[in-house]
Design a protein around this ligand. Sequence first.
Ligand SMILES: [Zn+2]
Length: 237
Amino acid sequence: MRAHSSPRREHPQPLYELAPGLALARGGPGRTLNVYLLGDVVVDSGVRWSRRRLARQLAGRQLNAHLLSHAHFDHAGCSAWLCHTLGVPLWCGQGDAAAIASGRVDTHGSPWVNRLQRRLAPVTAHPVTRIMHEGDVVAGFEVLEVPGHSPGALAFWRARDRVLVCGDVLANVGLHPSRPRLVLAPAALSSDAETNRRSAGRLAGLRPRLACFGHGFAVSDPGRFASVVQQAAAASS
Ligand SMILES: [Zn+2]
């Protein structure tokens, strides 16, 4: 990183490679706040307290852009700092651009959650350089517009090896890598839970060989997705 370089930091920490061209960095302990590298593009930046952790992992890497899966406090918490420090532009989905550009990322379904977010975990505003649209390609991944958890939520899909990075459309709350427990983002945390459910259905239809989440371990069971979405639909009907 240019602004905080030191000899030790010229050698970046090795990151966990989930698939060719897809690496995992950590914005928090374990898999609580996942940050992905799609080639030379950093997806998400954890919470505002993730800065030192990310600095250790990203220092010395050649990175070219910062992309948001969605503009919530636990994904855009260090975005302004990251863009300044790396000297890279910020990209996000259309529906989230105004939120991050203004620092008002309170698009959760619950006013109480929004108040708490503004008070406890404010996000620094940063201008958006590029609006990402359905079908755009980032480091070999196709951009999918999957609104619902936030208005401009994005997922990233690579059809050739069926790898999906899905932001918070779903999360894996299972505590062990071999025992996934997938959940749809709850209504209190989503701008439109019903739209998110439809987005989840769309992602389930892709039958990803590897699905990576904003929170939790990646899942390599294509059937798991479909069954979770079916259960969620049944529970709400
Ligand atoms: Zn999240």
